[in-house]
Design a protein around this ligand. Structure first.
Ligand SMILES: Nc1ncnc2c1ncn2[C@@H]1O[C@H](COP(=O)(O)OP(=O)(O)OP(=O)(O)O)[C@@H](O)[C@H]1O
Length: 224
């Protein structure tokens, strides 16, 4: 369970998140809101990339602001731009690199990397230069490199912005099949029909928190 308890965040005098209290127990949760409404800031707090300036966040009782290393083993984060996440020259090496601290022999790391790539539509791409993959393939590679670590929770910050419509759909279909709890910050409202819960943010506050249909209806009115 992910808990936000009276969470606020300020940059200087500017409050970008203001008194957010949420208990997130559902499997598929989305944060939506206008540009600058605080989606990324909240999402980043779940794995300790950003710390609250007031209140606290707990993930299964662990505070990411205090136990960042522990939390990052349990919470995987997929960024908007996969180039910021891809660190190795080839796709296979990139996925295998994630496993470097697990004490797994090199051959087994390679095998697991190939298996993960195959599962996400990148079979045979082990030797492919990672930076020559298409935008959509890079998104999938970033996802593979995260999922190979088998996190409990997956936080995705606008992971579909570089994808065409078909790949957006595919990406979200794949997310939906995962056993992990997923928190997705997104502007792609059409992808959220099957989500369990949509939290609408407005100027750093929770403006609506509901099933996708009523929450998105509220949001569309808010921005019209
Ligand atoms: N490092 C920073 N320093 C100062 N202000 C920041 C910093 N990071 C974010 N902000 C501000 O915090 C506010 C919320 O930003 P955030 O990225 O959480 O919004 P968002 O809802 O994810 O927006 P978008 O949809 O544009 O990605 C914005 O006004 C942004 O300018």
């Amino acid at each position: 369970m992910i808990e936000f308890e009276g969470v606020g965040h300020r940059y200087g005098d500017h409050a970008v998140v203001d008194d957010v209290t949420l208990r997130l127990t559902e499997q598929r949760i989305a944060f939506v809101g206008a540009n600058g409404s605080g989606k990324s800031t909240l999402a980043r707090m779940i794995n300790g990339l950003v710390h609250p300036t007031s209140g606290r966040v707990l993930v299964d009782g662990v505070d990411p602001a205090r136990q960042g290393r522990t939390i990052r083993k349990r919470v995987g984060f997929v960024f908007t731009n996969p180039d910021s996440q891809i660190v190795m020259p080839t796709a296979g090496e990139d996925v295998a690199f994630s496993l470097r601290r697990k004490g797994i022999p090199a051959k087994e790391r390679e095998r697991r990397a190939a298996e993960m790539l195959a599962r996400y539509g990148l079979a045979g791409y082990e030797e492919h230069p990672a930076h020559q993959l298409s935008g959509g393939q890079k998104q999938l590679l970033a996802l593979c490199s995260m999922l190979v670590l088998d996190p409990d929770v997956l936080v995705c910050d606008e992971p579909t912005t570089l994808l065409d419509l078909r790949n957006k759909r595919r990406f979200v279909d794949r997310l939906e099949q995962l056993p992990q709890q997923i928190v997705l910050a997104t502007h792609d409202l059409d992808l959220l029909d099957d989500f369990d819960r949509v939290v609408v943010l407005d100027e750093g506050r929770v403006a609506a928190d509901d099933l996708p249909e009523p929450a998105l209806q509220y949001y569309r009115k808010l921005i019209s």
